[in-house]
Design a binder for this molecule. Structure first.
Ligand SMILES: C[S@@+](CC[C@H](N)C(=O)[O-])C[C@H]1O[C@@H](n2cnc3c(N)ncnc32)[C@H](O)[C@@H]1O
Length: 289
């Protein structure tokens, strides 16, 4: 695939500079400035991207068009779907986000409703109107489950490649009549969730903060699902989740929900108000206020 430098229209530059685009948050702009020094490679041809938000990221040097790359991680369009490629231990892995077909469709059609552990832990059964901040959005799977059950979700993701794939997937889903209503309830913000939460005031604070932080890499990596191997290779374990839990507990109006492997210790050794468990996973629920 060949990179085309004149891909982006000048219009989107104006949007970034003047902050006139609805998805440019003031903190987002600061975040972009910090990222400009190390743009994430994207292989793209003009015929393949019609997602304006991705074009904004290219124009603001968060993503950098390349015709080929030696980097171990890069983005590329595959059949008009933004796909992340990662090489880990000599193995090439790739992942994309699809809210329309495959597992998302199956979950949407046959998922267990509001009594599933995650929606239950987030309080959807009793408080369907609560605004949820998914502070660690990743590939957006959990957020999609919550949005498909009627929740309004703000997805916060700090990594430029994952954020780009989320907005690309939402863009495609917007054009699909079966899922457009669901993704309308999903808003993405490109930010460090701790900074985003710092900036929330009484009226903008979420009712629920949901955290699914990266977990330290296990030695038996063969047991880890491909998606998680890719996330581990790309993002890794930051050790900053304690800080994120602290600010989430301060800012959330009603509860903080933390996803943990079933036998893992609680985050910050903090005893939850209660837990909701599934086969391999535990949701620690902290009631706030
Ligand atoms: C385990 S993944 C989440 C997977 C997600 N629950 C899903 O359903 O796909 C953790 C994600 O959180 C993101 N993350 C970690 N700390 C963050 C922070 N402080 N702000 C924003 N995103 C963060 C990482 O970049 C990574 O994509």
């Amino acid at each position: 695939m060949v990179g085309v430098a004149q891909l982006v229209e000048p219009l989107t530059v104006t949007q970034v500079v003047e902050g006139s685009s609805p998805f440019i948050h003031p903190i987002f702009r600061l975040f972009i400035i910090n990222l400009q020094e190390n743009p994430f490679p994207i292989i793209v041809c003009s015929a393949e991207t019609n997602c304006e938000e991705v074009a904004v990221l290219i124009n603001s040097s968060v993503l950098q068009i390349v015709s080929n790359t030696n980097e171990s991680s890069y983005l590329a369009y595959k059949e008009q779907v933004l796909t992340l490629h990662v090489t880990k231990n000599g193995e090439h892995l790739s992942v994309s986000i699809d809210f329309i077909h495959g597992k998302s469709k199956h979950r949407r059609q046959y998922g267990g409703g509001k009594s599933q552990p995650l929606p239950k832990a987030c309080g959807l059964d009793k408080h369907p109107d609560w605004m949820i901040l998914d502070a660690t959005a990743g590939l957006g799977k959990d957020a999609f489950v919550l949005a498909s059950l009627g929740s309004n979700i703000m997805l916060c993701e700090q990594h430029p490649a994952l954020y780009s794939m989320l907005i690309d997937a939402i863009h495609r889903a917007n054009a699909d009549e079966d899922v457009c209503d669901i993704v309308e309830r999903m808003t993405c913000v490109f930010d460090d969730a701790s900074l985003y939460l710092e900036g929330c005031n009484d009226s903008s604070a979420p009712d629920v903060v949901y955290l699914d932080p990266m977990y330290p890499e296990r030695k038996k990596s063969a047991k880890i699902k491909k998606d998680m191997q890719i996330l581990q290779s790309l993002v890794g374990y930051s050790g900053k989740e304690s800080e994120l839990l602290e600010i989430a507990l301060k800012k959330s109006k009603h509860r903080v929900v933390v996803k943990r492997p079933k036998s893992a210790p609680t985050l910050n050794d903090l005893k939850p108000s209660y837990t909701v468990s599934s086969v391999n996973t535990r949701y620690d629920v902290y009631i706030c206020g």
